[in-house]
Design a protein around this ligand. Structure first.
Ligand SMILES: C[S@@+](CC[C@H](N)C(=O)[O-])C[C@H]1O[C@@H](n2cnc3c(N)ncnc32)[C@H](O)[C@@H]1O
Length: 256
């Protein structure tokens, strides 16, 4: 594993505020003493509630794939996991507008023992990282050029339970379908490649070996869907009709 788990002297509140302000945060993390990071995602805590991560992770091992600032890794530790490994690749290597600085600072400030490894999801294997009771794959699948291959790698390191959250598209289709974004059509971000529909996510998870798969997200009401599409159309200049077919969904999968 890579980084230190923080034996340096703690920063005082003013020093911490200065350090926090230097970083482009993805997550909004409560670092204590009234200091909350100003993440691109304004309210990470509200997304946490939708994931239905078990409240009690006592004694469990957890792998957080594509952890970025590490909000969910720190949360797993807070819920009692005995060993948490946060991994990432692109943002930790500075290939996006983000970096690993937020993860490092949050880990130090929260006095966390979460371990870290910079590794591409396609390189995950029991030999490289071990096998984990719970694997988190949150907000990553649609960024991958080879999603099915990536899920095979994720399956290889999942001892029991996977929680997967992803952008979904083609909600009109009941058949397993994936929309390909060869350019920046999804939210102007060229690192978004695929929008699977729920049937495709379920089918892929089963194809790679998970025996039981459950969709845990509630379906939006038609009114909420309209509001969301309008918001995305204005805020992210998405096509209203495309946005109507898109959403975020959470899937839980078990080996047996
Ligand atoms: C939208 S962010 C999600 C961050 C966090 N998991 C969450 O749900 O809030 C996507 C993350 O996936 C990472 N990522 C993208 N491609 C990856 C790959 N091939 N291997 C590992 N991480 C990857 C990015 O670097 C980024 O940190």
């Amino acid at each position: 594993m890579e980084g230190s788990t923080g034996c340096e002297a703690p920063l005082n509140a003013d020093e911490l505020k200065n350090e926090v302000a230097k970083i482009n945060w993805y997550h909004s993390i409560d670092l204590g003493n009234g200091i909350v990071t100003h993440g691109w995602e304004r309210n990470t805590a509200s997304r946490l509630r939708k994931l239905l991560i078990p409240d009690d992770l006592q004694g469990m091992t957890v792998l957080d794939v594509g952890a970025w600032d590490g909000f969910f890794s720190f949360e797993a530790e807070r819920r009692g996991a005995k060993h948490v490994l946060a991994t990432d690749y692109d943002s930790w290597l500075g290939k996006t507008w983000g970096s690993k600085a937020g993860f490092e600072l949050a880990r130090k400030t929260l006095n966390s023992h979460v371990e870290d490894m910079t590794i591409d999801v396609l390189e995950l294997s029991p030999d490289r990282v071990g096998v984990f009771d719970l694997v988190l794959l949150l907000g990553v699948l649609y960024h991958l050029r080879h999603p099915l291959l990536a899920l095979e790698r994720v399956f290889s390191v999942a001892r029991r339970h996977l929680i997967l959250e992803t952008h979904v598209d083609a909600l009109w289709s009941k058949r397993p379908t994936m929309i390909f974004y060869p350019g920046s059509e999804l939210h102007g971000d060229p690192t978004n490649w695929w929008g699977p529909n729920p049937a495709a996510v379920v089918a892929m998870l089963k194809c790679v070996g998970f025996e039981k798969v459950q969709i845990v997200s509630k379906h939006d009401s038609p009114l909420f869907g309209l509001g969301r599409a309008t918001y995305l159309g204005v805020r992210r200049r998405a096509s209203f009709f495309s946005a109507l077919q898109q959403n975020r969904m959470v899937f839980h999968a078990w080996r047996e």
